[in-house]
Design a protein around this ligand. Sequence first.
Ligand code: C2O
Ligand code: CU
Length: 566
Amino acid sequence: MPITRREFLKNSGLLGVALTAASMRAFIRPAPKFRPTLNTDSLARFVDPLPIPSIARAIGHRKTPTGAEVPFYRVEMRACESRLHRDLNPTQMWGYGSTFPGPTFETKSGEGILVEWINALPNAHVFPIDHKLHGAERNLPEVRTVVHVHGAKTPPDSDGYPESWYPSGKSALAWYPNRQDAAMLWYHDHAMGINRLNIYAGLAGLFIVRDDAEAALNLPSGKFEIPLVLCDRLLDRDHQLYYPDSGIPGAPWIPEVYGNVILANGKIFPYLDVEPRMYRVRVLNAANSRFFSLSLGSGGSFHQIGTDLGLLPAPVELKSLLLYPAERADLIFDFSGHAGERIELKHQAMEVMQFRVADEPAKETGVMPARIRPVAKLAESAAVTTRMLTLVEYDDYVGNSMVMLLNSSHWSDPVTEQPILDSVEIWNLVNLTEDAHPIHLHLVRFQILDRRPFDVFAYQQNRTIRYLGPATPPDPNEAGWKDTVRADPGLVTRIIARFEGFAGRYVWHCHLLEHEDNEMMRPYEVVTSASERVAAITAQEASWCIGGNVVRLTRSQSCNTILTRP
Ligand code: C2O
Ligand code: CU
C-alpha cells in the first residue's frame, strides 16, 4: 500500500516529536508552541494489566418512536481521572460513564435500544478552542457535545448531527434500531468545530452488534474475545493530556496531532495474560490522526476475519495490519504453540502491549473457520449515480490557516450529495492532497471498488482525470463491508454503497479529526425521490440568499461543484 514520504516521516517512530506534519507545513507560520512532554523511555513496560471496558447496563425499558419497548440506557459524560500507567499520576480526562474508553454496548441485530446521553461535563473546555473554525465561534458554549454511533444505521435525528450539540446540563435521547449485521461499532463525540478536542479528552467507547450468523461460527468468545481501543495522546511532564497549539494568536488549530504514548484500552504498555489458544481481538483505531501499522513482535502472522462493518468471506493471513483512524479490524491471534512466550503487539517499532502466554496447555485451542460469511458484491452496473468528489487542502495565506475541503465545498455550502433512498451510487474520492485521508460516510456500509493513480496536476489545470496506471483492487483484508476508507494521495478511490435505512440529513467526512473540524466534512442527504431532491436544493438556495451571503453555484460536470464567490 502506498505510503508517502511525509506519512513515513510522520509515523516513523519519532514519538516525542509531535506535529511533524504541522511543522513541515508551517514554514511560513510561527512554530507551534511546545510544552515539555513526558519522556517515556524510562517508563516501565508491561506492568499494568490490559483493562477491559465495562459493559453498559440498561436501567429499564422505554418505547421507541415505532412503539416497541426496548432497553433504555443512561450514560453521563463526566470529567474523570484515569491512571494511564502504574508509575504516572492520575490524568484528567473526560469519559462516558466517567471512564475511558466508555462502557461497551452489547446489542443484537434487530433489537433496538434507547440511550439518553447526558452532558455532565464542566462548563470550561480543557483544550484551546479555535474560534475561527466554523461552528466553534466565540459566542457558543465552550463545552458542547453530541454523540454519534460510528457505523450504525441510525435514524437522522439520533445520528449525532454535528450541529445538534447541547451544552453541559443538557441531554439527548437517541434510538439505535440496530438493523444491521454483527460488527464492532464505536461511539464518540461529534460536536461541530471541537470534535477533535472532545474525543482527545476521552469521549469514545465501543458498541458491539451481534447476530446469529456470527454466533454459529463459534469464534472465540467471552474472555477469549478482547476489544482493543488504540489511540495516542501527548502527555506533559505532569502526566496530563496536552493538546498542542499552533502558536498563531487566536488560531490554535493544528493540522494533525501525534502523541508520545499509545493507549491500549486506556493504558500505556499494558499486558494481557492469555492461554495458548485462539483469541479474537477486535481492534479500533480511535486516534485523532495517527494510523497504526500493527504486527507481532514474534514476527508471526495473524488472521483478519472482519472489517469495519462485518465479517469477511474468509480469513486473511497478515504479518502486519494498517489501520487508519476510525477503522476496525476483527483479528484472530493464535497463541497455541506459544505456551510460556511473551509476545508484543507493536506499531512499527513501538511497543503497544504484551501478550503473556500461560505455560500450561489450554482446554481447547479453537478452530479457524475456512469460510466465514459471504459478502455479496455490489455490482457497479447497479449504480444510478457516479460522483467525482475531490479532497483538497491548501494554505490560506490570508487567513493564516489551512483550508481543507471535500468537493471544493465548505460545511455551510448547500448540500451537493443527495442520493435517493435505496439507490446505489459510486463515489470517486479524488485525492488532490499529499495526505491519505480516511473518509467516512454515516448511515451506510460500502465496498471499496479500487484505487487508481491519476495526474493531479492535469486535474488541477482542467478538471479532467487522466489516469496514470491501472486500478488496484482493495487489499484482501479490505474486501468486506466498510464505513471508512483510506483515500491515498494521488489516487482516485472508488467506493460503492446502497443508501438504505433512512432518509434524511447525514454527514460524510475525513476521520482525521483535525481535518474534520476544519471543513473536511460535508452534510449529505438521503432523499426519498428525485423531486424531493429538487425541492430541497431550491429551498437551500433560497435560504442561502436570504442569509445575505450570496454564492453562485455553477455545475461544471454533473457532480463537480465549483463555487465562485462574487
Ligand atoms: Cu466516527 Cu462522523 O464519525
Ligand atoms: Cu483528512
